[in-house]
Every structure is written in structure tokens, then in C-alpha cells.
Design a protein around this ligand. Structure first.
Ligand SMILES: *[C@@H]1O[C@H](CO)[C@@H](O)[C@H](O)[C@H]1NC(C)=O
Ligand SMILES: *[C@@H]1O[C@H](CO)[C@@H](O)[C@H](O)[C@H]1NC(C)=O
Ligand SMILES: *[C@@H]1O[C@H](CO)[C@@H](O)[C@H](O)[C@H]1NC(C)=O
Length: 163
């Protein structure tokens, strides 16, 4: 989880400091993250960045910091959000910064340039919910995202647990 990021990654990170820009156009007090700048990255470097991103987003729940790994022209397939970093940030930051919404990572895979994460969320929908996030990397940055969301039915037919 806490692998040492490459020197090139640190150089990239330094170039995008300061990490947080001014408040969003909607006048919220939450800072909008400065987007990730795409630099070439090897599969090993991408795996390290994915690990960092997962730690920041799903474990530390530091959403502004996690979003510094996301490209400005992020391609978003979730039907409730729009393309571009701002729409996704404004949608996800209130949800995932809220520690009443709990996250339990179940499975994760990285196969460059794709990172997959399967996790349980409580407090988001009425019932415990399984989410699978798929991210595509472009160099050092997360460029594209798909997700599949399944809420546990109240009277599930299958007695085998969802999680
Ligand atoms: C945090 O999530 C809980 C549970 O979903 C909800 O009741 C509460 O209103 C949320 N708090 C904020 C600040 O959004
Ligand atoms: C990667 O990012 C660069 C710079 O934004 C862009 O020109 C290029 O189309 C992107 N490539 C892919 C495969 O997403
Ligand atoms: C679940 O099953 C119980 C017991 O059969 C029933 O009372 C309840 O209405 C069902 N709930 C839903 C949402 O189907």
C-alpha cells in the first residue's frame, strides 16, 4: 500500500504544487484540486501511483489530495457526473469525505493502464452497497473512469452473502 513513489513521480508532484487551488465556481469553501499533469510513466510507476491514489481516496478519505492524481480532462462514465475533474470532485467530495459513509476494500487489481477496485460502502444508499471502480491511467494520471454499483436487495434470493 505505501510503496515508495518513483523519483519521476516526485518531480511530477513538485511541479503541480501547490496541490490545492482556490474555491470552486460554486462558491463552496471546499478547495478544488489542481489537476494532475500527464508525464510518461512505466507500468510499475502507474501501479505505485494507483496504490497512492487508493490510499488517499478510500483509506485516508482525503478526497482533495486524491484528486491531484486525476487529469483535468477526466473522462467520466458514471451517469450522475460529467466529464472533467470539477464535476466528479463536486459530486464525490461530500460523499467520500463523510466518515459516516464507510468503505471496506474487498479486492484490487492493477494491470497497466487499468486499476480495478471492488469495495463495500455503508451509509451511501439505504442498504450496504457493492461498487466496482475501473480507472484508466494515462502516464502519471487517472484519465478515465467507469463504475458499477449494486445495492444489496432487502430480500435477496441468494442466501450467499454479497460481501
Ligand atoms: C454524512 O452521511 C450521513 C449518512 O449517510 C448523513 O446522515 C449525513 O447527513 C452526512 N453528513 C454530511 C455533512 O453530508
Ligand atoms: C494523455 O494525455 C495527453 C495530454 O493531455 C493527451 O494528449 C492524450 O490524448 C492522452 N492519451 C490518452 C490515451 O488518454
Ligand atoms: C421482505 O420479506 C419480508 C418477509 O417475507 C416481507 O415482509 C417484506 O415486505 C419484504 N420486503 C421487500 C422490500 O420485499
Amino acid at each position: 500500500m505505501h510503496m515508495r513513489p518513483s523519483t519521476r513521480f516526485f518531480k511530477g508532484l513538485t511541479l503541480i504544487l501547490p496541490l490545492l487551488g482556490p474555491g470552486s465556481v460554486f462558491g463552496q469553501s471546499t478547495p478544488t484540486p489542481v489537476p494532475c499533469v500527464v508525464y510518461p510513466a512505466t507500468a510499475v510507476e502507474q501501479k505505485q501511483i494507483f496504490s497512492t491514489f487508493v490510499g488517499e481516496f478510500y483509506v485516508k478519505r482525503d478526497i482533495p489530495r486524491a484528486f491531484t492524481h486525476i487529469a483535468a480532462d477526466y473522462i467520466q462514465h458514471n451517469p450522475f457526473e460529467l466529464d472533467g475533474i470539477t464535476s466528479s470532485f463536486d459530486f464525490l467530495n461530500p460523499i467520500f469525505s463523510n466518515t459516516s459513509v464507510t468503505v471496506q476494500i474487498l479486492h484490487r487489481v492493477f494491470e497497466a493502464p487499468y486499476g480495478w477496485l471492488h469495495y463495500r460502502v455503508d451509509g451511501l444508499l439505504e442498504e450496504p452497497t457493492a461498487i466496482l471502480d475501473l480507472f484508466r491511467f494515462n502516464g502519471t494520471c487517472v484519465q478515465e473512469h467507469w463504475d458499477v454499483i449494486q445495492e444489496l436487495p432487502v430480500n435477496a434470493t441468494n442466501p450467499h452473502p454479497l460481501f
